[in-house]
Ligand binder design. Structure first.
Ligand code: SF4
Length: 488
């Protein structure tokens, strides 16, 4: 499929076209005989055209006098959306919505004093979402509200990235390095050294700026791919840098059973970790093999039992809908297996194919069935789980969503904080990004600082950490308090 944008048609029209044809190739000079989506925004008229399989359909409308640029952009997207729904016979569940944070729209409209009827109209009429997706977003907004209401201006969370894994999953687009690759294991010790130095610098910034660390999140990659002595070094460093008993939540991803043993699980418990993530993705051995995981479903069950035996009382399990080789029945079976284990959280992701993944390059995924897979998530509600956070990503199959489910009262707070941009996230490690959120003002200024992407680069760039911490201090210096002038 070719995608042609003419006149003032731009980014939003492109996003609307990609709801139906995600891999469309944007071109200014289309093959006249090829399949084509065209969007044109002229000074007097809007035009949307679809040519597919030799058949052409189109819609046009006049531009009324005095129409603003924003109104014109929406009108073109609506025209295109209506044409593509009719031309493909598909209606995306989230309608025309292309943003990644639907729940935030509800928070924002409520904060602006808009009525519940206006919020409903925004979702169902303006975006053409299905009532089911609107209801999901609404439930989540209501559940998040008490968490958002307790946020304080100087709150922050700390993210620690470990960019190593036992092997690379076929759908992975993260910066993580497989320890099976030559030379990668040798990077681990210097990486932890550098990470500890960065965490010390973050601790100093936190103190100087009068920040209050609410949650710690150690992710990646797979943090438990570190050998036990290195993992302990990192955990000791975190205990030295931060007031662990004062935290609301301390999560470590122990995602892969092929590198997470009882000794590491006991270490995590001993060093104060309060939330663990053990991520099956699927309980089908065939699908696990297909995605490049070198472990079985039984290994996940054993890892989960070992985590419980080590005393972990708050466990998340991630599942993915749309993995290659999976089916709605297979996905439902994985869901039932996870539910039977009674983890406190179950997060259901929809497969996202990014260009960097092996799977995207092979053109894989179970796209035709993914909606049917997510439809099986009703089993979570029947088992007593409630949805508490949601986000969407570009490139997700059928533009569907990722939803965190929890037993009531066991919400993963870090997930809400980062997704709703409630407070600053200070990131340490390769691939991390610090997100500075203006204190004391919802949806105030946001500034992002990106760490070096790959472990080798992270080790080589000795200037990066001081530069980042200086920027953080300068940001907070704009919002001084009596106790914290935070001079850079
Ligand atoms: S475990 Fe996660 S980070 Fe590691 S390779 Fe698989 S998807 Fe990527």
């Amino acid at each position: 499929m070719q995608l042609v944008l003419r006149g003032a048609a731009g980014y939003e029209a492109e996003n609307t076209a990609r709801l139906f044809f995600p891999a469309a190739v944007r071109t200014k000079d289309p093959d006249p005989a090829g399949n084509l989506v065209l969007a044109l925004a002229g000074p007097h008229a809007l035009l949307a055209l679809l040519r597919r399989g030799g058949r052409t359909s189109w819609r046009a409308q006049a531009v009324p006098a005095g129409q603003s640029a924003g109104e014109g952009e929406y009108a073109l997207c609506r025209l295109l959306y209506t044409l593509l729904c009719a031309g493909t016979g598909r209606r995306p569940p989230w309608g025309m919505m292309t943003g990644v944070r639907p729940v935030r729209i509800i928070h924002d409209m409520r904060a602006a004093g808009e009525s519940e009827a206006a919020i409903q109209a925004r979702f169902l009429e303006h975006f053409a979402c299905t009532p089911q997706k609107f209801d999901l977003a609404l439930q989540i907004a209501d559940r998040q509200r008490p968490v958002l209401d307790t946020a304080q201006g100087r709150d922050c969370s700390v993210y620690v990235g470990i960019p190593f894994c036992p092997s690379r999953c076929s759908y992975c687009s993260f910066v993580s390095r497989s320890v099976a690759q030559p030379g990668v294991r040798a990077l681990m010790a210097p990486y932890v050294d550098r990470l500890c130095a960065e965490l010390g610098a973050i601790r100093n910034t936190v103190r100087a700026c009068g920040l209050r660390v609410r949650t710690l999140y150690v992710g990646g990659g797979t943090p438990t791919s570190l050998p036990a002595p290195l993992l302990e070094r990192l955990l000791r460093c975190l205990a030295d840098c931060f007031d662990l008993p004062a935290l609301q939540e301390y999560t470590v991803e122990a995602g892969r059973p092929d590198c997470t043993d009882a000794e590491k699980l006991r270490l995590l418990k001993r060093y104060g970790v309060t939330r663990l993530s053990v991520n099956p993705q699927t309980f089908s051995d065939t699908v696990l093999q297909t995605i490049g995981r070198r472990h079985t479903a039984q290994d996940i069950l054993d890892c989960y039992a070992a985590a419980r035996a080590a005393g972990h009382a708050n466990i998340n399990m991630d599942l993915i809908a749309g993995l290659p080789g999976d089916t709605p029945d297979g996905f439902a079976q994985s869901l039932q297996t996870a539910i039977a284990l009674k983890p406190e959280n179950i997060t259901v992701h929809t497969l996202t194919l990014k260009r960097a993944s092996d799977l995207a390059q092979q053109g894989g995924g179970a796209e035709g069935d993914v909606g049917a897979m997510l439809a099986r998530c009703g089993a979570l509600a029947q088992a007593g789980y409630v949805p508490y956070y949601l986000y969407r990503q570009k490139g997700t199959l059928q533009n569907l969503e990722n939803v965190g489910w929890c037993l009531p009262g066991r919400e993963g707070l870090y997930n809400i904080y980062i997704m709703e941009e409630v407070h600053t996230i200070l990131a340490a490690g390769a691939g991390g990004s610090t997100k500075l959120v203006q204190p004391g003002r919802r949806h105030g200024r946001i500034r992002r600082i990106y760490n070096c992407k790959y472990p080798q680069e992270y080790l080589a760039r000795t200037d990066a950490v001081p530069a980042t911490q200086k920027e953080v201090s300068e940001f907070y210096a704009q919002y001084p308090t009596a106790q914290t002038p935070c001079r850079p």
